[in-house]
Design a protein around this ligand. Sequence first.
Ligand SMILES: Cc1cc2nc3c(=O)[nH]c(=O)nc-3n(C[C@H](O)[C@H](O)[C@H](O)COP(=O)(O)O)c2cc1C
Length: 181
Amino acid sequence: MLGIILYKSKYGAARQYALWLSEALQLTIREAGTETAEDLADADYVILGTSIYIGQFQIKSWLEENKGKLAGKKVYLYIVCGTPANETDKQEQYYRDNVPVSLWDIRRRIFLPGRLLYAKLRWRDKFMLQAGALMARLSGEKLHTTDYDDVKQEHLAPLLTLIRQETMLNSPFVITSVPTI
Ligand SMILES: Cc1cc2nc3c(=O)[nH]c(=O)nc-3n(C[C@H](O)[C@H](O)[C@H](O)COP(=O)(O)O)c2cc1C
């Protein structure tokens, strides 16, 4: 099966995961929006990667524009964020707010830990982060504003296992059933 990795990242965290996936699976990698029509049409499966800024996936508008082209393909989505892994309700909300309803059957999605280095942010993002943190506090939530970096290759293990299983099981060279005697 032919796959492609498409990602959107501001400061490199989602891009780093895309590079590791590309290396592990030997797949072409493109920034979402720079792929050609053939890149997408030729792919049997698509791995999408995005980070989140104030509740919004970087890849949100790309998903809306391309949802029709993803129909019939296996779609894997990884989301890089600052929300801790145990906040599953918040993650679910992010998913529903950003992914078009027609793609809600993507079941293959994973939230991955990101990186925040405040000193390296552009002034607009510093401002957005402070404003977002204030809004979150007012609504009883929390947005992390202190530095963290948990971008690690090992977090990709479950996703890699799943993709390998699913894309190889569907390969014409694999016997998927054994006749009974
Ligand atoms: C201005 C700003 C807003 C953010 N908003 C959120 C958010 O709403 N939810 C969240 O989980 N993480 C949020 N984050 C954390 C980023 O998603 C995280 O830093 C991620 O690793 C960025 O990945 P990238 O470098 O690929 O863009 C925010 C970070 C910044 C700087």
